[in-house]
Design a binder for this molecule. Structure first.
Ligand SMILES: [Zn+2]
Length: 255
């Protein structure tokens, strides 16, 4: 029998520091609480559907919600999203990994850099990671241009690079912003195209998208209706439940 294609739903579990990018103030406590509220909305659905995902978690968030992370690690993969979302030094690769390992009691093998920024693969290997999912192989104006990069999984020395998914020809990124701003029908169609072409997809979201962030003046393509996001995600899961298998990245890569 033909193997089912694989859907990796991934969430960047981080302090909600986005308002700072828009020159608005938000306290450290509030950054954590907004993400935590999003988790409260999102987790019951993932639990009900028995779907295993990957949570790229900042050590900063994990430090403040250790019980939640420990519980999460029973059903999902916990990977590192560095130590802090707003600052980086090379030693954060190792220290975030160790902190997450201490909380979860399991080995942490995956990494994704905040804002999909570039990260040195040798540094990642030295810190003990087996895969990196920081590559979005498309062009996001003002951030990066990765149109020449490979679209599907490849190796850099011994490190596995597991890019997030873009459509085969136009390289439209299938991530939180397209999910939020396009119809579920359109999104499902694109995902199906990618499943046919690649055999898997690697999609990424943030738990804070499921929380009410209307108090901040952010563009509406970012902040609109969190309830709608949850409904859309439920529709997406319903659509693919019998057509594909939902797994963590670690499971997909067999690590
Ligand atoms: Zn992030």
């Amino acid at each position: 029998m033909k193997q089912k294609p694989i859907i990796c739903l991934t969430f960047d579990l981080e302090e909600f520091d986005l308002p700072l990018e828009y020159k608005q103030s938000i306290s450290d406590t509030e950054q954590i609480e907004i993400t935590s509220k999003g988790m409260e909305a999102l987790l019951p659905m993932l639990e009900k559907e028995k779907i295993s995902c990957t949570f790229f978690t900042t050590a900063n968030y994990a430090q403040q919600k250790p019980e939640q992370i420990k519980q999460l690690s029973a059903l999902h993969e916990i990977a590192s999203h560095s130590f802090f979302h707003s600052s980086f030094k090379v030693s954060d690769l190792k220290s975030s990994k160790e902190l997450l390992q201490n909380i979860c009691g399991t080995d942490i093998v995956g990494f994704r850099m905040p804002r999909m920024a570039e990260v040195n693969s040798t540094d990642l290997q030295n810190a003990g990671y087996l895969y990196d999912s920081s590559l979005n192989p498309t062009c996001i104006p003002g951030r990066y241009n990765h149109l020449k990069e490979q679209k599907t999984v490849f190796k850099k020395n011994d490190l596995i690079i597991f890019p997030t998914t873009v459509t085969p020809t136009l390289r439209i990124p299938l991530f939180w912003l397209t999910f939020k701003n396009c119809s579920v029908k359109w999104f499902c169609k694109q995902v199906q195209k990618c499943l046919d072409e690649y055999g898997y997809v690697n999609l990424y979201f943030h738990p804070w998208e499921f929380a009410d962030i209307s108090n901040f003046s952010l563009p509406s393509y970012i902040s609109k209706n969190p309830r709608m996001m949850l409904d859309k995600l439920q529709c997406f899961i319903n659509h693919f439940k019998n057509k594909a298998e939902f797994t963590s990245i670690r499971e997909k890569l067999d690590l």
